[in-house]
Every structure is written in C-alpha cells, then in structure tokens.
Design a protein around this ligand. Structure first.
Ligand SMILES: [Zn+2]
Length: 305
C-alpha cells in the first residue's frame, strides 16, 4: 500500500527505491559516480559512511556543500557492508560512523547493525550496537533504521521483544541476501517476516526496508507483500529494461529501443557526432536507469503494474 512520509520537511512516498552506492561494487570510478548521483534531481540516495570517510580527502568542497544544502533525502549506510566485504583496509567502528554522520548530516542513518569484521552476528550484538549508537545520536536530528541480520523467526521474536522503539526509529531493514538463495525461498521467508513485524508486533508505523534489492521484477513482487523501501546498486552496473522489467548488461543501452527522454536525446546526438557515444554513454545509461526506476515506483504506488 502506498503512503507518504515527511522526513526533515522532505517528502518520501512509499514504496520507494533508493539508488545506493558502494566502493565495493562500482562499475566506474567511485568519485565520478558519487558526483553524478549527488548532482541529480532525484529525491533521495544512499551513500555509505565508510566510503565517505575513505574518500573524505578527495571529496571536493563543492560536493561536501552539496550534501549540506541538498533538497534530496540522504540515507547514510553504516559501512557494515564494506567491512563485510573487506576489500579496503580502513579501520571502521561506531565512533568513526558517528563522526562521519555528524560531519555529513544524513537525514536517515541506515542499518545500525553490528559494525565489525566478524561475520557472525547475533541479536544480542545487534541490540547492543543499536543502543550504543542510539544514545550517541540522541541530540542529533536524524532518523535511523536498524537491520536484522538474523532470519530465524525465534531469534527475531527475541529481538523484537527486547527492542525499545522510539520516535526516531524510521525503518527495520532486512538484507535480501539473508533470505535464501532462490527467489521462492526469499519470497516465503519475507512473507513470514512481514507478518511477524507488521501484524503480530503491530510495528506498522515503522517502515520495512529490504536491503540490497534492485531487480525491478523482484521489487514489483516484494512491494505487493508490503515492503516499503528498497535500495540497491544495479542502477549503476546494469541496464533497466522497462519493457520486461529485467536487467541486462551495462553496455547494451542501445539494444533496448527505449523511448525515454534520455534515450531519445542520446540517439539524436550520436547521429550528429560520432564521439558522443563513448564520451557520454555513462551519463545517459545512468540517467535512463534512474528515470526508469522512478517511473517503476510511481507505477507501483499507483497500482498500475
Ligand atoms: Zn531510456
């Protein structure tokens, strides 16, 4: 069901897809993608605190000011994903997360999960971590989301029983990859979890955020189950085919026969200038994707799909 929320005087309509960016999986130069994403007129994006800290010396004053003055909703991810993937050697902990959040001032700090290089998490660690960060953020205006890494119903019940809900808790997140390997298992597991969180525990004012999901056809199906927020990185490494809501290789934009405003403009310019294709491919491919994600979510909210 679609809803409208007001966060820091900015509007968020759900279900919504949040394009996210991580240095762990970038199709292109990370800083160029960051520059692109933050300069778009899209209403929201998610950027990792870990990456902002890693690249802080390379983020220009112009870009930093953009974060401060933006009209977009800025979701800042905790950095647990980058630590989990462990390809950079940067040290990461709660203090650095809080410091980065105070510096960049996100509207919503996402996934107060267990920030550690240990891959085994349990609900006790997650609750402890949530409490620590929550206390440190008490005086700051941002909302936060908390992640449940465990998908065993018994464990989640224990977690929800001990969860102290306050008015800054904006969403509960579940990583899609934790739900199983096949779509069928993921779908059934998610159905059980949504029933538990939204019906049995009546946490209906808290949004449900499915993390790491940017496949358009999955988004359509999960939205119908009651997922409110999605985020993912495929907007920057695959091409969204709006004709069948599938994703294809990033190099194949021209194979789509897409008639969106970006594709039309691109085709027109290629005809007149042979260097245009390579030089501006990235810009048009990304713009086509963001435009089509936006359209998809609008159609879902209007129940046109
Ligand atoms: Zn297009």
């Amino acid at each position: 069901m679609s809803s409208i929320f007001y966060v820091s005087n900015k509007v968020l309509e759900t279900p919504e897809f949040i394009p996210s960016l991580t240095s762990v999986k970038s199709s292109y130069n990370y800083l160029n993608l960051l520059e692109y994403l933050t300069s778009q007129t899209i209403s929201h994006y998610m950027i990792s605190a870990y990456d902002l800290n890693l690249f802080k010396d390379k983020i220009t004053k112009f870009n930093f000011e953009k974060f401060q003055k933006r009209s977009n909703l800025f979701f800042m991810d905790s950095g647990a994903f980058e630590i989990y993937n462990n390809i950079h050697s940067q040290k990461w902990n709660n203090n650095l997360l809080i410091k980065t959040a105070l510096n960049f001032k996100p509207d919503i700090l996402v996934s107060l999960d267990y920030i550690s290089s240990e891959k085994i998490v349990n609900s006790k660690n997650e609750l402890n971590n949530y409490e620590i960060i929550r206390k440190k953020l008490k005086k700051t205006p941002q909302f936060y989301e908390l992640v449940i890494q465990n998908t065993k119903l018994k464990e989640i019940r224990k977690f929800l029983n001990n969860l102290e809900v306050d008015k800054k808790l904006f969403a509960i997140c579940i990583p899609e990859r934790n739900l199983g390997l096949s779509f069928l298992n993921r779908y059934q597991k998610l159905q059980e979890l949504i029933k538990l969180i939204k019906v049995d525990y009546s946490f209906d004012q808290i949004l449900l955020h499915l993390m790491g999901c940017s496949n358009p056809s999955s988004i359509i199906k999960y939205s119908k189950l009651g997922v409110d927020l999605f985020d993912g990185i495929h907007w920057q490494d695959m091409i969204f085919n709006p004709l069948n809501n599938d994703l294809i290789d990033f190099s194949n934009l021209m194979d789509l026969n897409c008639e969106c405003k970006f594709c039309n403009e691109f085709k027109k310019n290629i005809k007149n200038n042979e260097n245009f294709l390579e030089k501006y491919y990235m810009f048009y491919a990304l713009s086509h994707n963001l435009f089509n994600y936006k359209l998809l979510m609008k159609k879902i909210r209007n129940e046109m799909i």
